[in-house]
Design a protein around this ligand. Sequence first.
Ligand code: PXP
Length: 246
Amino acid sequence: MKHLRLGVNIDHVATIRNARGGAHPDPLRAAKIAEAAGADGLTAHLREDRRHIGDGDMTRLMAELTIPLNFEMAATDEMLAIALAHKPHASCLVPEKREERTTEGGLDVAGGQETLRHYVESLKAADILVSLFVEADPKQLEAAARLGADIVELHVGAYCDTTDSIKRQSELVRIQRAAALAEEMGIECHAGHGLTYDTVGPIAAISQFTELNIGHFLIGEAIFVGLEKTIHEMRRRMDDARRAAA
Ligand code: PXP
């Protein structure tokens, strides 16, 4: 049974801080609590508009974290320079539109292969693992393999967000097939976006996944019961689902 890593996305601690300016609540403090609560890694997305973490957060996270940072970034020269300066454990290339509320879909690797190649190769040359955030679509996975990505992170938002049980089941099947294809192609497979206590079980049960990256739900739930407790409960649900499926 492969260990399923939990990556905690702390962006929304910074979103709350930024609503008022100032220093509170501090995403680094959240990162340290997550680390102590058993998170295997941290995720943070430095957006072009700095709506959640900022450049100073990135410096502090890199200086003080002892677990790996998965740095989410758009494929731009500005972000590439920041990644190369900090050398996080991994960089996850994501599509980014200024007007979107969150990352709405996967990266079009198949359509943008030539543009992406420079970013993938530059990151890999600096020994940063490259992850591509893609839809569970064979065409995107094949393009990711051709580019030499180390990891694909499957966007599971459509599965998580629907309230239609038939659609949820068909999305789950699509995700299962994509995860199996990634394994066949020898690419490590992660999942993220929209996962909650209610949706994590069937995703954690997919044996090919080695990491789930979860943010919004954990930070929201932490308001009521605290971050440590929330992470423990998510971890328990992930482990139970994986054990039951083994
Ligand atoms: N993985 C990626 C690549 C993302 O862009 C996000 C959202 O920023 C997440 C995981 C976490 O998604 P959520 O905040 O919905 O749990």
